[in-house]
Design a protein around this ligand. Structure first.
Ligand SMILES: Nc1nc2c(c(=O)[nH]1)N[C@H]1C(S)=C(S)[C@@H](COP(=O)(O)O)O[C@H]1N2
Ligand SMILES: [Mo]
Length: 207
């Protein structure tokens, strides 16, 4: 049998049904996994927490950087959500703790011209998204996964979590959120992945 996106989608939804999960939670063309696959382009960066910082800058009135301790002193949010990778695995009910990106953007006071964000990671990885998306309640900069500090392979010390998009938008080893007036594509977006990356409408590639 030819493995098409539809077959895979049915596989995922059947898996879900067998587990008593609402099949509408599983985007078309995805299957469920209980593993946590690692997908990193290039090597993991070295982490040095004392010199680490996260910057919010670009089209903002008050650009700032927070140290690790400052970030940990901010209000923390824990949430449980589903994640979907463009390589077709989905993982349900993953639990994350971190700081809402909205809180960081509000503190930076985004200028009216600021409409897009380019996330920058240690090691040079980048990914873009509309600013508006980052005000959602489920968007975090996350340092804890299932109650444990994030593993280096999964983006320690801090990663972006944008559950409503394919997981490549959830930049690991996050160091900077740059607010922009014009959209500017990131690493995978320049290399064939879709600019928006909504899993439920299967925005996988732009070709
Ligand atoms: N810095 C950085 N972030 C990244 C990546 C990367 O290569 N470098 N890969 C992305 C891709 S393609 C996916 S699917 C997810 C994978 O996250 P995981 O390894 O924790 O499953 O991280 C995303 N964030
Ligand atoms: Mo990915």
């Amino acid at each position: 049998m030819k493995i098409t996106s539809k077959v895979l989608g049915e596989r995922g939804r059947k898996q879900g049904e067998a587990l008593g999960i609402d099949p509408s939670r599983i985007p078309p063309g995805q299957y469920l996994t209980s593993k946590f696959p690692v997908l990193t382009y290039g090597r993991n960066p070295k982490v040095d927490l004392p010199s680490w910082s996260l910057s919010i800058d670009g089209e903002v009135e008050q650009p700032f950087a927070v140290t690790w301790d400052e970030l940990m002193a901010m209000e923390q949010t824990t949430l449980t959500t589903d994640i979907h990778c463009v390589t077709r695995w989905s993982k349900l009910d993953t639990t994350w703790t971190g700081v809402r990106v909205r809180t960081l953007l509000e503190r930076a006071k985004v200028k009216p011209e600021g409409k897009f964000v380019l996330a920058h990671s240690d090691g040079g990885y980048t990914t873009n998204m509309p600013l508006e998306l980052l005000y959602d309640d489920d968007v975090l900069v996350a340092h804890t996964y299932e109650g444990e500090p994030l593993e280096l392979d999964h983006g320690a010390p801090l990663r972006l979590l944008v559950p409503k998009r394919y997981f490549w938008k959830s930049a690991k080893f996050l160091r900077r959120l740059e607010v922009l007036t014009e959209d500017k594509q990131g690493f995978w977006e320049l290399n064939g992945y879709h600019n928006d990356g909504d899993p439920f409408t299967e925005q996988r590639h732009w070709f």
